[in-house]
Structures are given as C-alpha cells and as structure tokens.
Design a protein around this ligand. Structure first.
Ligand code: C5P
Length: 239
C-alpha cells in the first residue's frame, strides 16, 4: 500500500511514477507466430517473457481438473483466484508451466485447453483478476509480453508495441504442420474453420477484444520466415 495522507476521510494517493522498465508488447490472432517470435526476441534482448495466453489456458486446465462448467462464471472467477500458476525456464529447454504444483505444459497446448481459455477469457472478472499477475512480470531489464490485449489494456504505456498478423490460410497451415508433427490427425478445412471461429470470438467479445493498439507497428508475417520476423520486431526496439 503506498503512503498516503487522509484529508476529510479521502485518501490522497501520491502520483504514481511512470514505470520506466521497458515493455515490448506483441499482440495478434492465434497462429500469427506470436509465441515463437516473442520467445526468440526475449532471448535476444535478454528480457523477461510473459506468455499471457498460458495464464488463461492454465485456468482452463484447472477448471477442467475441478470439473467446472464453462458456463458457470462465478465458479470460474473463484477458480482464477484459487489457481497457482508458476513458470520455470530450464537453461536448455522450453518454458514449463506449473499449475497448482503440477507440470501442465503439455496439457496447456491442447485444443481443449485453448477452447476453454477462449471461453474463460470472455469473463470480465477473470480478466480483471489476472491484470496484476500479468503486470508483475514487468521487471528489469525489460519484458516481452505476448497476448491479445498487452498493448491495449495490460501495458498501454509500453514504449514498443507490435501487432502480428498472417492470412488465416497460412495460420491454419502452420497449425496443421505442428499437429501433424505431433501425430494428431486433423484436416485443413476443419482447422481453418476453427481459426476463423476463434478470431471472431476474440475480436467480438465486449471486454478487451483483440484489436491493435493505435500506436502498434503492424507486421504481416504471411510468407516470411521466423528470422525475418524476429529481425523486424527487434528493429522496433532498436531501429
Ligand atoms: O495465445 P493463446 O492461444 O495461448 O491464448 C489462448 C486464448 O486465451 C485465446 O484464444 C484468447 O481467447 C485468450 N487470451 C486472451 N488474452 C490474452 C491472451 C490469451 O483473451 N492476453
């Protein structure tokens, strides 16, 4: 609690100092390559990394473990407050996500967790409850934050903002390759339909809909390789 004076019963809070720790926000629709690009850029800059989608997915997984109904907003809000989420980054491996003491990294990436996350993410109280948890990732020397509302709601004062896009066909194709490599059988048509449905849901919800911040640099990754995109994003931070 910051120090404050009280005059006539109203606390007068000291003005909040602007946060000087730099943040690079990377927002965009599913399959735009945000995750891969954000991780690589964070590594190159040696900054911290926030995968905000993993928080929503973690609540989705915890809700599944507790057998909660995805239409029961009250239970999902309680679940958000009760769920402990931790991140571990081994020197030589990928980020691990620990939910209520269990390594849930693999379960988090499933379509079931993604769909649950998208439904849960539409509940305003859940988003509000996760705000401070996300802002706590802002630590020196800097943060790369990946999500849907990083530049608009969570870090509106971020000095660097990027909005990544790619055609729906290319995003479906990337997802198809990923799933095929994992031995999951899916069809391109089905994936394209799912991606368009998730885009529509994320963009049309009333709270924190997916949209670029007005000061974001737009990068269309259609037809670009990973290194080319990383280079363009790094150029936003150090032109
Ligand atoms: O990015 P990822 O696919 O892991 O996110 C899963 C879902 O969580 C998204 O479809 C979206 O509905 C939700 N999400 C969100 N806001 C964020 C990150 C994710 O609403 N900042």
């Amino acid at each position: 609690m910051p120090r404050c004076d009280i005059i006539h019963g109203f606390p007068i809070l000291p003005p909040r100092m602007p946060d000087t720790i730099p943040v690079l926000t990377i927002d965009g629709p599913s399959g735009s390559g945000k995750g891969t690009i954000s991780r690589l850029v964070a590594r190159r800059l040696d900054w911290h990394y926030l995968d905000s989608g993993a928080l929503y997915r973690a609540i989705g997984v915890a809700a599944g473990w507790a057998d909660l109904d995805l239409d029961d907003a009250g239970a999902l809000v309680r679940c958000t407050f009760d769920t402990e989420i931790g991140f571990q980054e081994p020197e030589d491996g990928d980020l691990r996500v620990i939910v209520n003491g269990h390594d849930a990294t693999d379960e988090l990436r499933t379509e079931t967790a993604g769909a649950a996350a998208s439904a849960i993410a539409a509940i305003p109280e859940v988003r509000a409850a996760l705000k401070d948890r996300q802002r706590a990732f802002r630590r020196p020397p800097g943060l790369v934050a990946d999500g849907r509302d990083m530049g608009t709601v969570i870090f509106p004062d971020a000095p660097y903002k990027v909005f990544l896009t790619a055609s729906a066909e290319e995003r479906a194709e990337r997802r198809y390759k990923q799933l095929k490599d994992k031995g999951v059988s899916v069809t391109m048509d089905g994936l394209l339909r799912e991606i368009l449905a998730r885009d529509a849901r994320d963009a049309s919800r009333t709270v924190a809909p997916l949209r670029p911040a007005i000061d974001a640099v737009h990068i269309d990754t259609t037809g670009l390789g990973i290194e080319a995109v990383v280079g363009r994003v790094l150029a936003v931070v150090a032109p």
